[in-house]
Write a protein that binds this ligand. Sequence first.
Ligand code: ZN
Length: 306
Amino acid sequence: MSHSPMLADLLLSRSATDRSAELRKNPEWIAGALKDPSTLFICVNNSQAPVRDSGLRFFAFEEIPQASLTYFLGRQGDTAFFGVSVDADFVSAHDPDSWLNLRASGSRLSDRDAGLLVAAVALDNWNFTHTHCPRCGTHTVQNDAGWTRRCPTDDSIHFPRTDPAVIVLVTDPQDRVLLARQSRWPQGWVSVLAGFVEAGEPAESAVTREIFEESGIRIDPASIDYLGSQPWPFPNSLMLGYQARALNTDICVDGEEIVEAHWYDRTQIKELCETQKLHLPPRVSIAHQLISRWYGQELPSNTSFR
Ligand SMILES: [Zn+2]
């Protein structure tokens, strides 16, 4: 395996706070921090949070609904940050048009705010979809300041689910890039190939398996190069970014998940993007960063498909 420089501009992998994980198991400290006037709260509903020109809109303890689920996200200096799950009524009462998801807000947020919101959205998604014990069916309760859930019947502890997925920039011997269109995307939208790592499967095996299944392209295992990761809480993925070289160029798409795929050189990318015939993923995605890295410069503007 060769070693290339890692991706440097992953917008959802940024952070500027200390997670202070040791404090999650200190209920007295958490209770004090919740009521400390300097503590800031990030309200989340349906993967969205209110964003202003200056960044995330934070709330004070008195402003958040009582009995809300809260998640201790970490500290920056003496300031503690918590995520809060709020309902649709709260959104309606607080400038509803300002609520954005991470796809829309990711490139506008500071390092600190991006890191806080990614964690808050991930915990909110998980706490709302994993409410019962998988062993006995009892309703579980929040634990460790929101980072685990505990079953009151059998005392089992349950951790947030994160699904690893590989996303791969594949090139051929002419250094063309393989881009594909998913069946649910309109004509002209393309991206690099990606897929979930299966149970008991190493990530590198998922790279070769997914690429072959979706495109018929065989990957040279020795060429697989890891380039970095980005959380993608839609709802709970962790994208592992790779590049790899193809051993063949005859494309055969699966016809279900992927309906078309082609090789593109840099001149074609430039022309097709500038004439709006091709639309690439948004800057906030690891796919965009992989393609941009291969392209060698910032991709042609106004080409993003979201
Ligand atoms: Zn249980």
